[in-house]
Write a new protein. Structure first.
Length: 146
């Protein structure tokens, strides 16, 4: 049995986890990796569909018997509505070029992240897919705003 304890952010739940006030959390690799590396936390599983290169010995949650479990943190670059398309394209090209730089890849990997990049349309499609996936979870679980 698990009791959901809402936190306003990841920092306080991590403090409480290390202190033993909570026994488990779902957290991003970015916020938990320093504590895993220091030995203060043990990573039980990764929420991605495949194992993370940052922690290849840690099984996925899917591998542990939950075949529909895929939850992960992703980031995108956004600008104000109405940003001219030529600027969007130029910023996107620079962003993608940056994600291919060895020092960026190394820095991301140290935090358990894998840079992906892509087009503005790729990001829009990914966001629509995430919205639809979580819309279904909310409906099935009958989650309501309190």
């Amino acid at each position: 049995d698990l009791l959901h304890v809402p936190y306003k952010g990841g920092q306080q739940v991590t403090v409480d986890l290390i202190a033993g006030r909570v026994q488990l959390t779902l957290s991003s690799m970015v916020s938990s990796m320093p504590h895993v590396k220091s030995g203060k936390l043990v990573m039980l599983g990764v929420g991605t569909a495949r194992r993370s290169p940052a922690v290849p010995d840690v099984p996925t949650v899917m591998e542990q018997g939950y075949p529909d479990f895929e939850v992960y943190t992703w980031y995108g670059m956004f600008g104000p509505a109405g940003l001219p398309r030529d600027i969007v394209i130029r910023l996107n090209a620079v962003y993608n070029e940056g994600l291919r730089q060895p020092e960026i890849i190394k820095s991301f990997a140290a935090s358990g992240m894998e840079p992906a990049g892509g087009s503005p349309e790729d990001l829009a499609r990914a966001m629509r897919n995430e919205y639809e996936r979580w819309r279904k979870v909310v409906a099935v679980a009958k989650i309501e705003v309190e």
